[in-house]
Write a protein that binds this ligand. Structure first.
Ligand code: NAD
Ligand code: UGA
Length: 456
């Protein structure tokens, strides 16, 4: 059996590396139009940073895992075609800023039609609006062809930073297909692949539309939890409650559960925002305006949380940060990844720079991406890999990403090198606030009362 995956990104690369490792008898080829990316997958420096991924790739690379720019050949030879191209938010025309931009997906479908010489199972791995499989089907069957195509939905639920663990031991594998003989046969083929390493009871089969919608629903519910706890964090700051204690208390209710209740500067990443906006757009297009407004609020609270954080920096630093050096610790949207797509640090750094602060960005993995994201700010922003140097002569430091290395820094050394009064803003609630306060910092953390020497 031969598999090709179109799109060698954060999803295509790791998922195919896992299939190749677990199914040594299946030839897996990952193709992409981006030559640089394909070369990087074959090199010692993978195009994405993901703990444990290099080892997984190395196990199969050149044996039954291949990377190539020859998309046509990949399609021609494959029995199963995974489609894992990007589906970003549309930035132009109808539905701009909300709808999913499906141009890459559509190009892929047309490419499949152009190169297929035998029957294919097409697997939607990308996150798509409900009923996209219908559009794929129409394109694939738009001209007389001897080949038959069966479109399945198989959304990916991995999270960045834990992709390898998530792929090795997924909570569930979701496969949606049509309730026809061909549809059931295609689903069984895919079930059999995953069943090589995933327990059968974790492989769920549904109809195509449920599968497509479940992916958007999962991301919407996860993001909603973050916005819910973040909304409560503002109330905690106003009342003296501690959002960590509140999260821990409510999370003990087994119906609520403890995970995904970390208050923060807000959620980032390439998907939460885009998938919720996609859901909002879908609701609107079905005339379900109340639903659209309900889900839109999850994104609005996320923006509010970031703006609120900047507001707190400005007001607590005597209402002016002009000319002040502010070190941002972390730029990635979460720890253990170099990915900065939709990172809260982007919006926050831009707002601080607009206030004419001298912003210094530090991050163990994401500085290259940060330079691209903040390119238009020119020399109002500088980059410093070493957090100690970033904080030297700074008026304030602010935690943007929960990298564990930031928990272990020598904060006395940092305090000694900073201008006074020294401010610490913890946007991820990872520091020992009492200890920092005792060193002399004025400490402001998301979701709890500040610890400050200024009123004394
Ligand atoms: P990505 O941007 O990292 O990768 C997509 C790749 O597709 C790019 O390398 C691009 O060059 C390639 N591509 C685009 N059009 C192509 C074409 N016509 N032919 C060949 N290659 C083409 O995106 P990603 O983060 O891997 O996400 C892919 C999909 O998976 C999205 O729909 C996303 O919502 C979903 N998803 C992402 C994650 C994640 O953690 N990043 C998790 C689950 C689901
Ligand atoms: C998320 C989902 O968790 C995956 O299941 C999904 O496959 C993926 O989106 C996708 O579709 O792309 P990811 O964005 O990689 O994965 O990372 P998460 O761990 O979900 O974190 C998202 C954001 O929320 C991060 O900025 C994180 O810091 C933030 N977050 C998360 C919080 O602020 N608090 C929390 O309690 C949890």
């Amino acid at each position: 059996m031969k598999i090709v995956c179109i799109g060698a990104g954060y999803v295509g690369g790791p998922t195919m590396a896992m299939i190749a490792r677990e199914c040594p008898d299946i030839t897996v080829t990952v193709v992409d139009i981006d030559e640089e990316r394909i070369l990087a997958w074959q090199s010692d420096e993978l195009p994405i940073y993901e703990p444990g991924l290099k080892e997984v790739v190395d196990e199969s690379l050149g044996r039954n895992l291949f990377f190539s720019t020859d998309v046509g050949k990949g399609i021609e030879e494959a029995d199963i075609i995974f489609v894992s191209v990007n589906t970003p938010t549309k930035t132009f025309g109808h539905g701009s800023g909300r709808a999913a931009d499906l141009q890459y997906l559509e190009k892929t479908a047309r490419n499949i039609l152009a190169h297929a010489r035998s029957d294919k199972i097409i697997v939607e791995k990308s996150t798509v609006p409900v009923r996209t499989a219908d559009a794929m089907n129409r394109i694939l069957n738009s001209r007389n062809s001897d080949c038959s195509f069966e479109v399945l939905s198989n959304p990916e639920f991995l999270a960045e930073g834990s992709a390898v663990k998530d792929l090795e031991n997924p909570d569930r594998i979701l496969i949606g297909g049509h309730d026809t003989e061909a549809g059931r046969k295609a689903m069984q083929t895919l079930v059999d692949i995953y069943a090589r390493w995933v327990p059968k009871e974790r492989i769920i089969t549904t109809n195509v539309w449920s599968s497509e919608l479940s992916k958007l629903a999962a991301n919407a519910l996860l993001a909603q939890r973050v916005s819910s706890i973040n909304s409560l964090s503002a109330l905690c700051e106003a009342t003296g409650a501690d959002v960590g204690e509140v999260a821990s208390a409510v999370g003990r209710d087994s119906r609520i559960g403890p995970r995904f209740l970390n208050a923060s500067v807000g959620f980032g990443g390439s998907c939460f925002r885009k998938d919720i906006l996609n859901l909002v757009y879908l609701c609107e297009s079905y005339g379900l305006h109340e639903l659209a407004e309900y889900w839109h609020q999850v994104v609005k609270i996320n923006d509010y949380q970031q703006d609120r954080f900047v507001g707190s920096v400005i007001s607590n630093m005597f209402n002016t940060i002009s000319g002040k050096r502010i070190a941002l610790f972390g730029f990635a949207f979460k720890a253990d990844t170099g990915d900065t797509r939709e990172s809260p640090a982007i919006r926050i750094a831009k707002q601080l720079a607009e206030e004419r602060a001298n912003v210094v960005i530090s991050d163990p993995r994401a500085l290259d991406n940060a330079r691209i994201d903040l390119g238009d700010l020119g020399d109002r922003v500088t980059y410093e890999e070493d957090p100690y140097r970033a904080a030297e002569e700074a008026h304030a430091l602010a935690i943007m990403t929960e990298w564990s290395c930031y928990k272990e820094l020598d904060y006395q050394r940092i305090f000694d090198s900073m201008l006074k009064p020294a401010f610490a803003f913890d946007g991820r609630r990872i520091l020992d606030h009492q200890k920092l306060y005792e060193m002399g910092f004025n400490v402001y953390s998301i979701g709890k009362a500040p610890l400050t020497h200024l009123d004394a």
